[in-house]
Ligand binder design. Structure first.
Ligand code: PAN
Ligand code: ZN
Length: 193
């Protein structure tokens, strides 16, 4: 059977939020996220300074993408902002829309922003020891609002797939920006309904 795999375990350092072994590491830099931050001038200004910062990384233990398996791993998002918007993940709907996900906060502090195609928005804070349940049908993006790395464990169905295109084209209805030194959730000025 092509999807037969043997049981295995990996070490997760709960103090540092570092997953000791993984099958794939993905590094996402600012130029990969050009269309995702709302302040395009701030993106270009940063890139023009010959700086293409790493925004986030994930350390993935993927399985065969067939029903029944679970992918898991750790995402780490660096602290920082582009303009006033905090560093964040691209965000996505699952292609297989009936696929939920669990995040477990390990280090740092942030916000998981969620929305549906019907126009609902929701968010949850994420920090060490917090478990966030992302139900089927909800797009999700994680934002680091702290001054340290934000790290969280994720677990989701391995046949879920990722739809980045909808978010690339329309964005999230709500975004998280810094105002007077504090994170604030505002309407995304360039959101397309
Ligand atoms: C997470 C995310 C991870 C990176 O594993 O994939 O945090 O975010 P983007 O996929 O939006 O770049 C997850 O939600 N997987 O389904
Ligand atoms: Zn997901």
């Amino acid at each position: 059977m092509h999807d037969f795999i043997k049981p295995y375990s990996v070490a997760l350092d709960l103090r540092t939020g570092i997953l000791k072994s993984y099958k794939k590491k993905v590094v996402v830099k600012l130029d990969d996220l050009r269309e995702f931050f709302y302040d395009k001038d701030a993106v270009e200004r940063t890139l023009c300074r010959a700086s293409n910062p790493i925004i986030y990384e994930y350390y993935d233990n993927f399985q065969p993408d067939v029903k029944g398996h679970l992918n898991f791993g750790v995402t780490t998002i660096n602290p920082g902002k582009i303009g006033s918007e905090y560093y964040m993940t691209r965000g996505h709907y699952h292609e297989e829309q009936c696929a939920s996900e669990i995040y477990v906060g390990l280090k740092g502090e942030g916000i998981v922003m969620m929305q549906t195609k019907e126009g609902l928005s929701a968010h949850s804070s994420i920090c060490r020891g917090k478990v966030v349940y992302i139900p089927s049908f909800w797009a999700h993006r994680t934002i680091n609002t702290s001054k340290e790395k934000l790290s969280f464990l994720y677990v989701y169905a391995s046949d879920a797939g990722h739809d980045y295109e909808t978010i690339r084209q329309k964005g999230f209805a709500k975004i998280v920006v810094e105002k007077q030194g504090l994170p604030k959730i505002i309407d995304n000025p360039i959101f397309i309904e």
